[in-house]
Design a protein around this ligand. Structure first.
Ligand SMILES: [Zn+2]
Ligand SMILES: [Zn+2]
Ligand SMILES: [Zn+2]
Length: 163
């Protein structure tokens, strides 16, 4: 005990990791644990390693959690999509195509046959323009989200849009 106190009083310490004797200020003083036995440099390395390992663990845990709840997540996002104005508009279009009310057209920009229905305004579910995947992407890159994408809740379409 006597000896330990002696050691505490010297202003040099031996790092238990790199075994180098360094000045006391090279060791972080911890309020609860006292002066740490690894020098600041080794401490940094240890922290880095710990953080990296932890990050991995954290990620793995999140991935695992997602995997276990995947169906729930899917169901939730499906419901959210279905109930959003946007989702409803997409459903209306699909239903209209099925019933023959709406006919798929080629891309109005390039004439590509495979085109997707695009809404300038989701509040008008059956007013669609036909754009191929890349022109569709370009449109949204240029103008962002179309009108009424998901901002309006509990929205019922006006009579004329329901036709
Ligand atoms: Zn060290
Ligand atoms: Zn196109
Ligand atoms: Zn679109």
């Amino acid at each position: 005990m006597q000896q330990l106190e002696m050691l505490e009083k010297t202003d040099e310490r031996k790092c238990c990791v790199c075994k180098e004797v360094k000045k006391e200020e090279e060791f972080t003083y911890h309020k609860i644990q006292g002066r740490q036995s690894q020098c600041k440099e080794c401490r940094k390395e240890l922290n880095k390693k710990y953080n990296e390992e932890n990050k991995e663990k954290c990620l793995a845990m999140r991935r695992d959690y997602y995997k276990r709840n995947k169906d729930r997540y899917r169901e939730l996002s499906r419901l959210r999509n279905k109930n959003s104005v946007k989702g409803k508009a997409v459903n209306r279009v699909n239903a209209a195509i099925k019933s023959g009310k709406l006919v798929r057209q080629p891309c109005e920009e390039c004439g590509a046959e495979k085109a997707e229905g695009h809404h300038d305004d989701y509040a008008k579910p059956l007013e669609v323009r036909w754009l191929c995947r890349s022109h569709h992407k370009q449109w949204h890159a240029k103008y962002g989200e179309a009108l009424n994408a998901c901002t309006v809740r509990h929205w019922t379409p006006p009579k004329e849009a329901q036709k």
